[in-house]
Design a binder for this molecule. Structure first.
Ligand code: NAD
Length: 334
């Protein structure tokens, strides 16, 4: 190890082969950290920027011990997860796998002497009854209780938040908890069933553009609402929270509410085409969800900066390119 690397803070990013994890690794490298990534897989769309990358199943305790060796800080992102189609279907698998991953990573990090850990929780912890209208009141952190998340995915996040909090109180670990609200951007899953709304909408619009069939399927009436936060803001916010002294759960998202229909129109206009929405049955999740960013602003003196239009333009262009390559390959094979 040379002098420069000895002075670098050593961090672990679990889930470093995933969407947010791979972007976070790149950002942390830019900030001067030594970074180890761990995941079941390498990032799918770019080589990793991590100094070390270990392929490990983090449900297993001994693999977590290996992953957390010699690091001071851990960003805990690994999770079995996907968009609404996935998390509203595979409850047993999600609850089982994520409990194992979250618990073993936290405990192994403690055993190996890590000092600071950040857990990536989700807006899915918020109770169903606070999200039943499309013009929903933005969710404040304290709204998580009394608890009634919609899916097992949210229950696991809530329980792990509590586990982190107890490890801080009883074992003195510095823990941080971030609740993401729909993070999107390029180099995320865009097909196959785990993709989320911004990627799915981009793929469907790109398909309409490239095939000339203007029909775009939308799950439900499309009037369900969400806020969406661009990945570059997400990694900046995560790092700011890790460096802060704030240990309670904190929302990280945008607070601009849009319907899925509006999102489709926005993407169609980015693509430069007219589409025909076809509303079909499908999982929609809660009717409305938005982030109350009051505490985020107060704690970090910052909030996400990148507009939905700019973020969706980057995301759409990347997905259109992926689809173009895919269709060209299929044509060659055919
Ligand atoms: P992602 O699916 O792209 O990344 C998760 C990564 O975890 C994947 O690369 C996956 O291979 C890895 N993983 C799963 N099981 C594993 C195992 N047993 N061992 C090792 N690695 C394993 O998802 P993402 O969008 O990058 O999400 C990252 C984190 O943020 C997750 O904890 C997720 O629950 C949370 N989150 C994301 C969003 C969002 O909008 N993307 C919203 C709320 C919370």
């Amino acid at each position: 190890m040379n002098n420069q690397s000895m002075s670098q803070k050593r961090v672990l990013v679990t889930g470093a082969g995933g969407f947010i994890g791979s972007h976070l690794v790149t950002y942390l490298k830019q900030q001067g950290y030594w970074v180890r990534g761990a995941d079941l897989k390498y990032p799918e769309y770019t080589p990793t920027d991590a100094d070390e990358f270990e392929i490990l199943d983090l449900r297993r305790w001994e693999n977590c011990l290996q992953a957390t060796q010699g690091v001071e800080e851990v960003y805990s992102l690994a999770a079995d997860m996907g968009g609404m189609g996935f998390i509203s279907r595979y409850h047993a698998q999600i609850l089982h796998n994520n409990i194992l991953i979250s618990t073993h990573v936290l405990d192994a990090a403690r055993e190996n002497g890590a000092k600071r850990l950040l857990f990536t929780s989700s807006a899915c912890v918020y109770p169903l009854h606070k999200q039943q209208n499309a013009d929903v009141t933005p969710l404040k952190e304290e709204d998580a209780y009394p608890a009634f998340p919609e899916d097992e995915y949210g229950w696991e996040k809530l329980v792990t938040e509590r586990l982190y909090t107890r490890y801080r109180e009883e074992y003195g670990l510095e823990t941080r908890i971030v609740r993401f609200h729909n993070i999107f951007g390029p180099m995320g899953t865009w097909d196959g069933g785990r993709e989320k709304a911004p990627a799915a909408v981009s793929r469907k619009v790109a398909m309409a553009k490239l095939t000339g069939n203007p029909e775009v399927e939308v799950w439900g009436d499309g009037e369900q609402t969400r806020s969406f936060c661009y990945i570059d803001d997400c990694v900046v916010g995560m790092h700011k929270l890790m460096r802060s002294d704030y240990a309670e759960p904190l929302n990280l998202g945008q607070d601009r509410l849009v319907t899925i229909n509006q999102l489709v129109d926005m993407v169609a206009s980015i693509a430069g085409i007219e589409v025909v929405k076809k509303h079909i049955a499908g999982p929609q999740g809660v009717r409305g969800r938005n982030s109350d960013n009051s505490r985020l602003r107060a704690v970090l003196d910052w909030e996400p900066q990148i507009s939905l239009e700019d973020g969706m333009t980057h995301t759409y262009n990347w997905i259109e390119e992926q689809l173009r390559v895919r269709l060209a390959q299929a044509q060659k094979v055919g």
